[in-house]
Design a protein around this ligand. Sequence first.
Ligand code: GN1
Ligand code: MG
Length: 372
Amino acid sequence: MTRKHSPEEIIEVLSHFDPGNSLLRYEPLGHGHIHDTYLVEVAGSDGPKKYTFQHINTLVFWQPELMMANWEKITRHLREKLTAASGKKGQWQSLRLLVGKDGRSFYRSAQNEYWRAYHYIDRCHTVEAPKNPEQAYEAGKAFGLFQKLVADLNPAEIFETIPHFHHTPRRFERFLQALQAANPERRKRAGSAVSFALERETIVSVVTEGMASGRLPRRVTHNDTKINNVLFDDETGKGVCVIDLDTTMPGSPLYDFGDLVRTATCRAAEDEVDLSRVKFELEFFRAVAEGYLSQTADLLTPAEKELLPLAGRLLTFTIGLRFLTDYLEGDVYFKISRPEHNLERALAQFQLLSSMEEQEKEIQRVLSSLVT
Ligand code: GN1
Ligand code: MG
């Protein structure tokens, strides 16, 4: 990955968040599809320090100041609860934002570019896909704990950063529009993915309808529970911290569980091109479900539990559909590193969904054994 921002830009941001200290080095961090993220090393008066800097994509998050108000509320809440439960040295951590010279948690440059910064959590790593069921379990547990800890935040006090984010019927509408308007060459190349999507329209509205009728509660949820949004301890392999709070807003735990299932049950990465490697693995599913439910079983309502078996399919379909839509629209949303990247991502998601469909009964059985 190349550095998109110059040393001068990083120094400008540093002088806002940590004036007086000088930049030692910086490098791109992680594999996010939206922002530009850097690990920044700084010479502090009491030794080197590490920060994470993020250049915020304001096309996607067009109200960054309200989004950062969410970050402040949520990180403070998590920290208070974690400290109350196990002191400062427990297994789990919350991100710690840096506060700038003006007392705010973001930096706005003269060119209207937005940045945020937080303390880098050392001796941890992320994974793009789980290597073993233990990692899937830890990811499930990390997001389950997150859900438990934010359960007493009032959804009405959390700003909705992207309205209708997981609203699959709206995503489907947008896909149909993109299909109409698409460049014919792209539409042709996407042919098999398009047919696959069109055949699955019936599953799109299950959760949105439940939420609209009040049968499913609206809660504060993370909404981007990919396994690569969990930090794992380098030594123990245990979960340490959940990152990426941009879309933490009112939603349904079914979306969170679903996105965990999408990303923690397959050894292949989200953009795997060798589709024979894209398989839903029941053993990983059992682990991620066990981890998630170890924290949330008492919190979820019967109506939510009833839909857990569908959640993985719904989210895998929704995210696959979003990749496909972006391909048809000419790659305007997700960052890509090759021309067909979004189509490849969509095909991998749809392959994973097929594999889930084949194992629907087994999924049901595993959940019946875990949910009472
Ligand atoms: C984006 O930023 P990142 O990479 O964590 C996207 C998610 C998708 C994900 C697919 C704001 O997440 O919704 O599930 O890509 N985030 C946004 O990998 O659209
Ligand atoms: Mg994200």
